[in-house]
Design a protein around this ligand. Structure first.
Ligand code: UDP
Ligand code: MG
Length: 311
């Protein structure tokens, strides 16, 4: 039995060495048979050099250097494509997800579960704003999405090889891994844990990146925004029917029928606004189709270290 641990790293020079020590000491306690796969997501600091050094001193460490910053989800995907373990663990480089929890995940896996996902019962040291937006997002996501996605889960989880093989069959570019992993099914179980503060360095998810990530999650797992166009369309159609009846009544039965001007003005603006909004929503989906159609690779590797096997 081989356990692979995938650690995406973007400008994590401040934490890499300590993370590596903690991970190794925890996993050694579980099994002697493991590999750590570090994916450098085009860091601008010394992360790549540090990973190179770590890899030279320890044959159980493998390092993938991507050609530029492709984003967290792509970095994890690169790791998944290179992992050879029977069980594969995803964990952040900043020790916000305590490595000790992996032991419980491995236990659940040995009990026959295919996915053991971490659920954050508490987030220590994160701003109230981040906690609140994250909470709201997971609830909204669940309302809209076609497959239920467990609340308050991140990417910290253990997956059986079968699940990873299933994920590899999903070549989509807008990757929202936690949703995709829910979609594949299999037997899944929650492992609760407390999310610690970042060991050092700053979050690589500033506000706009979070908004983008959330939009990706919703648009690639839900057609509800498109369906909303139909409902809103029906609603405005209903309103305009009332307007027509009103206009007809004052035209036929009163003498003051020029008064409809305000109604006309408002309804033109109202319908125009709604049309523009949904044009935008449709545009988002079309943009995604366009991006998928180009069939570009998801990420590009600059260097692979510690992989002797032919890829
Ligand atoms: N990360 C990455 N590429 C990016 C952004 C982040 O590989 O473009 C990695 C980062 O190094 C960390 C993990 O993804 O290991 C989670 O990022 P972070 O801790 O900054 O996010 P947060 O915990 O604040 O949501
Ligand atoms: Mg973090």
């Amino acid at each position: 039995m081989l356990i692979s641990v995938i650690i995406p790293c973007y400008n994590e020079e401040a934490v890499i060495n300590e993370t590596n020590c903690r991970l190794i000491s925890v996993i050694q306690g579980i099994t002697p048979n493991f590999e750590l796969i570090y994916v450098d997501d085009g860091s601008q600091d010394k992360t790549a050099d540090l990973l190179r050094q770590l890899q030279q001193n320890d044959p159980r460490i493998r390092t993938i250097l991507l050609s530029r910053n492709f984003g967290h989800q792509m970095a994890v995907t690169a790791g998944l494509d290179h992992a050879t373990g029977d069980a594969i663990v995803l964990i952040d480089a900043d020790l916000q997800d305590p490595p000790e929890v992996i032991e419980q995940m491995v236990y659940q896996w040995s009990q026959g579960y295919h996915v053991a996902y971490g659920v954050r019962t508490e987030r220590i040291g994160e701003t109230a704003f981040k906690r609140w937006t994250a909470k709201a997002f997971y609830r909204l996501m669940n309302q809209l999405s076609d497959v239920p996605i467990p609340l308050d889960t991140g990417d910290f989880r253990l997956m059986d090889r079968q699940v990873v093989e299933a994920l590899k069959l999903m070549p989509e570019r807008d990757r929202f891994l936690r949703g995709m992993i829910s979609w594949v099914g299999f037997k899944q179980v929650a492992v609760p844990y407390q999310r610690a503060p970042r060991l050092a360095g700053v979050s690589k998810y500033p506000f706009w990146k979070m908004v983008r990530f959330a939009t990706d999650g919703i648009l690639s797992f839900s057609l509800v925004p498109l369906r909303m166009a139909i409902w809103t369309g029906l609603f405005t159609f209903g309103l305009s029917l009332i307007g027509i009846i009103y206009a007809l009544i004052i035209r036929l039965f009163t003498k003051s029928w020029v008064e409809g001007w305000t109604l006309l003005f408002i309804s033109v603006l109202f319908i125009g606004g709604i049309q523009l909004v949904f044009l935008g929503v449709i545009g988002e989906y079309i943009g995604r189709i366009y991006r998928e159609n180009k069939q570009r690779p998801l990420y590009l590797v600059r260097e692979r270290l510690g992989f002797n096997r032919s890829q």
